[in-house]
Every structure is written in structure tokens, then in C-alpha cells.
Design a protein around this ligand. Structure first.
Ligand SMILES: *Cc1c(COP(=O)(O)O)cnc(C)c1O
Length: 416
């Protein structure tokens, strides 16, 4: 076998195109036509959003959930329903989508970032506990890339300090923590159906209300709809606190019904493919696979390995370029820097011309705040995992990673 790297003129590892497929079909069209035939697209009058939530509830084994207009909105609804308010501190992950922190800031609460486990890329419970103060009200855990976070430890800490736990499940449909579905363990589970997630309704979100108590459901439901109470005989518009309009439309609900039917298959494929990459990388020097703890099930929104630059004797950029040349698309890192390095946090400029709400408790954000998170983003290489890929695609990706890693390792040891 010619093991010269493609980037040096050797043969490319991947010579066939990656598998592709269509996410939407007649199932969605039929549901959409029915939604329009209702002659209303309002969620509370039509049947589609209701059916979408019913199906979601039975898939997840929960009694109550609320629809929202996005994943960001879903997280804001959970925070609002949890009573998060001005000056509260909410502990969360520094490697996540902006949507995780938007609702915190709109409640005029202060995001506090805890550090991560170096290989699962999820919140480290020890760091979470170290960041708790008198002002801490809630923890928003992010099950990054479909990999469940250490929920026993998080729930134990939350119980001791009387904190609410919100699970950001935007990337973690049907992921399981010790057999339990991510999103059903904390007080609220928040999902996104934006167009890039496991399932899409264009945009949309869902919040599970895990206490199973009707009063908690009504509070969360109202928070997504201007605090209107729609479940009596008349709509109650007697508003005492502020809430946004984050309603989902019947069109999104309709597409969601059809998408949800495909979700178990999508997640099974992704679990199989992600785990297949990890198995293929076993024992490879200089490469840290994406760790899913034993007993958990990851549903891989993406696969993110880490490169040990010293052990490989190449930079992350060189590794990424070489892998790309082998025919395996990949991205160095995920977000460029932890969320707290954004100008918004560096300049404390959530609201123009003001340092509110950061000035309430004097919070500032410096480089070095979460060293593991910073290092993860400097050394990670992200591969796409997709349900339409074929087992051959995965094996080609593994072969390419092995080829590139072994090449640089040998060169580093002076063996080539
Ligand atoms: C996508 C995403 C969100 C936000 O969802 P939107 O529907 O885009 O608002 C929040 N958190 C995480 C981790 C996400 O990946």
C-alpha cells in the first residue's frame, strides 16, 4: 500500500462520494396540506402543534412540553419558567451555541462559565460547584454534539444548592445518560428544530416540563405566549410579569410530526457511525477520540476528536489540511474561542451603552477562565456525522485519519 499522504501527492483515501439523502418528502407535504386545510395556522386552534407535542411527549415519556419558535426561545422559556430574574447567576458551558446564553441575558441574569471535561467537552461538575455563589439560580447544561453530560453529579449539586437545572438538548436528540433520555433529567429539557439539527421544522423549539406538574406546565406555556393563559374558557390577559411571544405555527408543527417519525432512525444511524469512528481510532497515537462515557448513548450531531500536536509532531492545521486532502472534509475546532471571549462578554456590552447586567455583580470574563475549554478549541478537529452516510464513508474517514496520524507520528519519531 502506498502510504504517501495525498497532500504530498500520494493517493487519496476517499475516492467515492459521501452518501446523501432527502430530509423531507411526501410525509411532510401531507401534514402541511392538512395544516392549511384547517383554515387556521394558530397553534392553539389547530391540531398540528398539539399532535407534534403529543408525539414528542410519548417518544420522551414526559407528560408536558411546550412548543417555541426556536431552540434559543425554548431555553429562554425554561429560564423564565424557572423564575430566573435580574442579577441571578446562571452557570453554563463556554463551548456552545450563542442560543444558550441569549435567554440568560434577556432575563437580565449573568452567565457564569464553568470549565469542561477535556474529552467529553461537557461541564465538569467540580468546576460547576466551584462557581456557585449566593446569586446562583440555575445551571444550563449543554449535552454537546449529542453526548450526555454527567447528570448524576449535576443533579446532586443542584439538589444541595437548590438550583434549577435546564438541559440544552439542541444537539442531543435521543441521547441517553445511563439509559435515561437527555432532556428528561433536569427540571426542563430544551430542543431546537432549526434547519441544522437532527430534525428540522425550518425553525422551532420544544421545552419539556419534567416536574410533570400542571402548574409548572402552565407557567412555561404562558411564558412562550406573552404570559397569556389560554387554558380556561376565556383567554386570561391579566399580565403581571414580562414574557415574549415565542409561538410555534401550525406549519412548523405539521413538518415536526413527520420529522419526529424519522428521528429514531436518524439517531440510530448517527450513534452507530460515531461509535464506529471511535472504535476505528482505538490505540492510535496522538488522537483523542470523542469520548462518550460508558453506559451513555451519544447521537453525534458531529464528531470532534482532538489532536495531540506534540505526539504527532504536526500542528492541528496541518493535520486538518492533510485529512481534507485525503477526501475527508473537516473543520479545525468548533467555535473559534469560548463564548466568554466574544466582544459581548469582553466589553460587557449586552445592551449598547451599558454594562448591565454584568455590573450588578461585577462579573468580568478573562482568557484563562476555562483552560480546558480553551485547549479543546485549539486542538479539536470536527468531522460531520450524517444519517445518510454509508458504513463505507465512515470506514474511509477512519482509514484517512489513521493514515495521516501514523504518517506524522512516524515522521516525528524519525522513522520516515
Ligand atoms: C442550535 C443550538 C441552540 C439554538 O437553537 P436555535 O433553534 O438556533 O435558536 C442552542 N444551543 C445549542 C447547543 C445549539 O446547538
Amino acid at each position: 500500500m502506498n502510504d504517501q499522504l495525498a497532500i504530498h501527492g500520494g493517493p487519496k483515501t476517499k475516492t467515492t462520494p459521501f452518501g446523501t439523502g432527502r430530509r423531507f418528502g411526501f410525509e411532510e407535504i401531507k401534514e402541511l396540506a392538512e395544516a392549511l386545510e384547517q383554515n387556521t395556522l394558530f397553534y392553539h386552534h389547530g391540531g398540528k402543534v398539539k399532535k407534534f407535542l403529543e408525539d414528542f411527549n410519548s417518544l420522551y415519556g414526559v407528560r408536558y412540553s411546550v412548543a417555541a419558535s426556536s431552540g434559543t426561545a425554548a431555553i429562554h422559556v425554561a429560564l423564565g419558567a424557572a423564575g430566573v430574574t435580574i442579577g441571578d447567576e446562571v452557570i453554563t458551558s463556554p463551548i456552545t451555541d450563542q442560543g444558550t446564553v441569549v435567554g440568560i441575558l434577556y432575563q437580565n441574569a449573568v452567565p457564569i462559565f464553568a470549565d469542561l471535561d477535556p474529552h467529553t467537552y461537557n461541564l465538569d461538575p467540580v468546576s460547576v460547584e466551584a462557581r456557585i455563589t449566593d446569586r446562583t439560580k440555575a445551571i444550563v447544561v449543554v449535552h454537546l454534539a449529542g453526548n450526555p453530560c454527567d447528570m448524576d453529579a449535576i443533579m446532586e449539586i443542584a439538589g444541595r444548592y437548590n438550583l434549577k437545572v435546564i438541559e440544552d438538548c439542541a444537539q442531543s436528540y435521543l441521547a441517553r445518560y445511563k439509559g435515561r433520555l437527555a432532556g428528561t433529567i433536569g427540571d426542563y429539557g430544551c430542543f431546537s428544530t432549526n434547519d441544522f439539527k437532527h430534525i428540522s421544522t425550518g425553525d422551532g423549539g420544544i421545552v419539556t416540563v419534567n416536574s410533570g406538574r400542571e402548574e409548572d406546565f402552565l407557567v412555561a406555556h404562558a411564558f412562550a405566549d406573552k404570559n397569556y393563559m389560554r387554558f380556561g374558557t376565556d383567554v386570561v390577559r391579566h399580565i403581571s410579569t414580562l414574557a415574549p411571544n415565542y409561538r410555534m405555527t401550525e406549519l412548523q408543527g405539521a413538518v415536526g410530526i413527520a420529522q419526529l417519525k424519522k428521528l429514531p432512525w436518524i439517531c440510530e444511524r448517527r450513534t452507530a457511525y460515531g461509535d464506529r469512528i471511535t472504535a476505528g481510532l482505538q490505540g492510535l497515537p496522538g488522537i483523542h477520540p470523542h469520548r462518550v462515557e460508558a453506559g451513555n448513548t451519544g447521537t453525534y450531531w458531529f464528531y470532534m476528536l482532538r489532536v495531540d500536536e506534540k505526539e504527532l509532531g504536526c500542528t492541528r492545521a496541518e493535520f486538518s489540511e492533510a485529512l481534507k486532502a485525503e477526501g475527508i472534509p473537516n473543520t479545525p475546532g468548533y467555535i473559534p474561542d469560548p463564548v466568554y471571549m466574544q466582544p459581548l462578554f469582553q466589553q460587557l456590552s449586552a445592551y449598547p451603552g451599558s454594562r448591565f447586567p454584568f455590573d450588578l455583580n461585577g462579573t468580568t470574563y478573562e482568557r484563562g477562565l476555562c483552560p480546558n475549554a480553551e485547549l479543546i478549541l485549539q486542538t479539536a478537529v470536527r468531522l460531520s456525522v450524517n444519517e445518510f452516510h454509508t458504513p463505507q464513508d465512515i470506514d474511509d474517514a477512519v482509514a484517512a485519519i489513521r493514515k495521516v496520524a501514523i504518517h506524522y507520528r512516524k515522521e516525528c519519531l524519525g522513522m520516515s
